[in-house]
Each structure stands twice: as C-alpha cells, then as structure tokens.
Design a protein around this ligand. Structure first.
Ligand SMILES: O=C(O)CCC(=O)C(=O)O
Ligand SMILES: [Fe+2]
Length: 356
C-alpha cells in the first residue's frame, strides 16, 4: 500500500515585474527574500502573454503527437538536447519517469556530432522551430531581468550573470524543455504500481522558469535545503498549482553555490499519481533552464566553495548524481526495492540531464 503523502501549506511568494525599471530595488528585495527562504516563487506581469504560451504548447503537443519513428530522428544526446522517452531515472526513485521530453537550445549544440540538425523537420510540425525560438527569446529576456536582480542582491555588477548566459553566443547552453507526462491508470495505483512523473530532484542549473497548463496539476516542492554539497532529500510536500499568468521559477544548484548557499535550490517533483485526489491524466509543461556558458567562473562573493568553471560544476554535479543513482539501484537490487532497472541507457542518460 502506498504511504500517505505528508503535506504542509506554505505560501509561494508572488512577485510582479510590472514597471521593472523603476521598481528594480523593490523587486530585488522580494526576489532575494524568496530565494533565501523558499527557493521557488511565481513571477507575474512578466509580459509573456497567454497566446504566446498557447502557441508553444500547441507546437509541443503537435511534436509529441508525431509517430515514434519521426521523434526518434532527433534523439537526445549528452549536449543536453534532443528527444527522450521514458529514459530519465532519478536517484530518488531508481525507475524511469513516465514521460517524454524534447530539449532545445539556442546555439551550436542543436547540431549533433554527426552534423545532423536536432530541430525536428518543419515538414512534420510546420513553424515548430520559429515558434520555439521566438518563445525561448521571450523567456530569456524575463530570465535576464531576474539575473540582474540576483546579481544586485549578491553585490555583483548588474550584468554579471547576464553576460554568462548570453543567448546569442553559439556556445550558449540554456535549454527549453518540452515535457509530456503520460496519463497513468488509476487501477495500477490501487494495485501499488507507481508511474513516476518527474521523480523528486533539485535542478542543477542556474534558474528554472516553468510554464504549467490549467487542470494538469502535480508539481510539488519541499523546501529546507541548507547546503548544495549535500544531496537534496525531504518528504513533506507543498502543492504548486497552476495559476493563470504566473511563471513558476526556482533556484538551481548552480545559483545556490554561486550565492554561497544563500539562495536555496529546492527539492521538487511532479508527483506520481497514486492517492485519491491525485491527477492521473496527461500533463504538458515547459521548463526553461538558464545555464551559464561552460567557461563561466562560478564562485560566490564569500568564496565558500572553490572557484570552478560552469563545465566543472556540471561535471561534478553529474558525478554526484551518478553516484547517488548507483547507490539507489544497488539498494534496490539487494532487496531494498521492487524490480531494479537494468544498467542500460536509462542509467547513463539521466545523469547528464542538466535539469535533473
Ligand atoms: O514538469 C514539471 O512541472 C517540472 C519538471 C522539472 O522539474 C524538471 O524537468 O526539472
Ligand atoms: Fe526540476
């Protein structure tokens, strides 16, 4: 029988970006407070309209509706781009998420080592690339406002974080991730079979901006993490429901480290539906992961952690993640859990998901 989830009500800070230029200091104070105390917050009055969101969700739905043979023409690769299906295994669950996702970037990573473009051909989803790139630029500009405030809040020059996330640089690494979680049978839940959605995790990147759809709930957070060097855990959850006009934002491990652990990278998940009242239908969401260039120099103002490049930080995060995953799989195969997934692509792949 599935254990009943422990829930606690925690208010999610809601921050308006209206009149940004004249309110920067007020907005900075609100963002810093949210980053220090919750790690998650909702942004409103950001200028991205519902119609713009609907357009990219439409493109996402059209892409995921394509036959597998077409989706597999743009396969995921370790540059953190491309399409994957039920391949991401989180250390918290040791089993694949029941979802498919397609990751897109601004720069040269969209060309696979083979020379092939990882943009799905426009003949399959007309206007797909243009729709996604337009949306990416819009989200990037919102992210840059938040970066300016966080730089100011930490005592860095205003453009400090923005320069490392320049989307016009061919080496830009930020990712738009289209996500589609499969509907799961309620009968399976009653029999104790769990279909994970996004198993609990903290994001590795700098800052995530998330778009949800009305009526497709499931996002939950578990604040309280103290240091970035420890793997995130926790079991008391707070629901983050869809809110019209709001972008849900969260601090990632990289910004937690870059702030000397002042800002919290919060543990979160899309709940595996298994209890009465859970949402078992399909869920579409879109995440934009701001990730600095590989040569960005990461060190907080108080130098709590040694100076590392963006590339080194991700490599270390991957190693920690991979070790935690191996430990989980080992505990499952030694009788700690039900069936343990085989050590195949499922295990190697997720360890390099920058979003994990
Ligand atoms: O789909 C969602 O709502 C959350 C996804 C997520 O947390 C991730 O991909 O890192
Ligand atoms: Fe996440």
């Amino acid at each position: 029988m599935v254990e009943k989830t422990k829930y606690v009500e925690r208010p999610l800070p809601k921050i308006s970006l209206a009149n940004f230029d004249s309110r920067i200091d007020e907005i900075t104070a609100q963002l810093v407070d949210a980053a220090e105390n919750v790690g998650f917050f909702a942004i409103v009055d950001h200028g991205i309209t519902q119609a713009e969101q609907d357009a990219v969700f439409g493109a996402s739905q059209s892409f995921f509706s394509l036959p597998d043979e077409i989706k597999s023409t743009v396969p995921w690769n370790p540059q953190n781009v491309g399409y994957e299906n039920r391949s991401q295994v989180r250390p918290s669950t040791g089993a694949p998420d029941s979802k498919e996702s397609y990751q897109l970037q601004f720069g040269e990573n969209m060309v696979a080592p083979s020379g092939k473009s990882l943009w799905v051909d426009d003949e399959h989803v007309p206007g797909f690339r243009e729709t996604c790139q337009t949306f990416m630029r819009r989200v990037q500009s919102v992210g840059e406002k938040l970066m300016l405030c966080f730089a100011r809040g930490l005592g860095f020059p205003d453009d400090y974080f923005v320069q490392f996330h320049d989307a016009t640089n061919p080496k830009a690494q930020s990712v738009l991730r289209l996500l589609h979680y499969y509907a799961t049978p309620e009968s399976a839940a009653a029999e104790g079979k769990i279909y994970h959605r996004a198993g609990a995790h903290a994001d590795w990147g700098f800052l995530t901006l998330l778009f949800q759809r009305e009526g497709q709930s499931g996002l939950e957070i578990c604040p309280g993490r103290e240091v970035v060097t420890k793997f995130a855990v926790g079991d008391t959850w707070t629901k983050v429901p869809f809110e019209s006009g709001a972008i849900v934002c969260n601090i990632g491990d990289l910004l937690m480290s870059w702030s000397d652990d002042r800002f919290k990278s919060t543990y979160h998940r899309v709940k595996a539906p298994c209890e009465p009242g859970d949402y078992f239908g399909e869920r579409y969401s879109i995440a934009f992961f701001n990730q600095p260039r590989k040569d960005a120099l990461i060190q907080g103002p108080k130098k709590k952690y040694p100076l590392v490049t963006g590339e080194q930080f991700i490599a270390e995060a991957m190693a920690t993640h991979f070790a935690a995953l191996q430990a989980k799989l080992k505990s499952q195969s030694s009788g700690g859990g039900p069936s343990s997934p085989k050590e195949n692509g499922h295990v190697a792949t997720p360890s390099v998901q920058a979003a994990a």
